[in-house]
Write a protein of this length. Sequence first.
Lengths: 197, 197
Amino acid sequence: MNPRLDAQIAFLSEADKLKSVLRASRLLDGSRRENSAEHSWHIMLYALVLADQSDSQVNIDRVLKMLLLHDLVEIDAGDLPIHGGGDPAKQAASEQAAADRLFALLPDDQCQEFRALWDEFEAAHSPDALFAKAIDRVQTPVANLANGGGTWVDYNVSMAQLDQRVGVPIKRGAPTLWKWLRPRIKQFFDTPDTPAS
Amino acid sequence: MNPRLDAQIAFLSEADKLKSVLRASRLLDGSRRENSAEHSWHIMLYALVLADQSDSQVNIDRVLKMLLLHDLVEIDAGDLPIHGGGDPAKQAASEQAAADRLFALLPDDQCQEFRALWDEFEAAHSPDALFAKAIDRVQTPVANLANGGGTWVDYNVSMAQLDQRVGVPIKRGAPTLWKWLRPRIKQFFDTPDTPAS
């Protein structure tokens, strides 16, 4: 008998459903839409590789744990595309309810520990959370540049909207990355038929 | 100009291809085969949640980094199903060549750091690597129990083969998990038509 392990496996089995949550963004080769589980893996790799491009001191071990957990709430709440015009307040309420349900599957100590990390990520105040939030915004533009515009084309997004929705959070947590990314995005918007270099 | 960041983004873009590497195992709901990127995310969650079930002292931060990187070589080498009867020596050579190519996309210091972690995982000697290897073997049996046998049925696997191929590595790195898992697998093999509890 190991009721702690029973609870842990129940949580891990429920987490499998994140593989069936589709995002608006596509793979770099454009072949299909990305799911939130593989996206979570990819942005953890982004964080590990790009930690030294952060302007502030970040604890990469805490950032990786935040990113590992950050999208689990989408199992209940789904993904809200950033350019899709949905209601962020309604989405935030759904995600809070999802966090209540999902983390409660775990033993109490882990429920509290994981929830605290998720709350810190959502609050977006600490340097670790700001970097994690920035990294979460960097991957889709890189994919869009590679696959002909992706979600920018799907949602008819302007450069001014991108500066606001993507540029602001990236600049807050990882300004060096926005400095690298913005001219490439600008070039795409100015000459969308020219392949990105 | 930021040639270090250019190299880092080139590596991260190449890594996107792991989302298109299919494994033999299926999602818990049996709906489709799993890819190696979402699998990597899931076993990192397994490691974080189950670290306290390890019998030896493990550094979970190092384990997470190993698991984040461990399957990247499958971009070139593909996944070798554990029950598929392929040639492990040939696969190991392909994976070494893949590690040479992929990690070399990174700046030298990160190439060496990541390669050292991957080599440690592959060598399976350190407590962190043994735990990571064990965790990598735990997830598929949990899925198979949920979806009617999965790869055990596909490859007509016996309990004795499972004890060897799955039980041995799990017992080496996380014996408590095999103690939990084995009776459930045994029950499935004894009465395959009875849903797992």
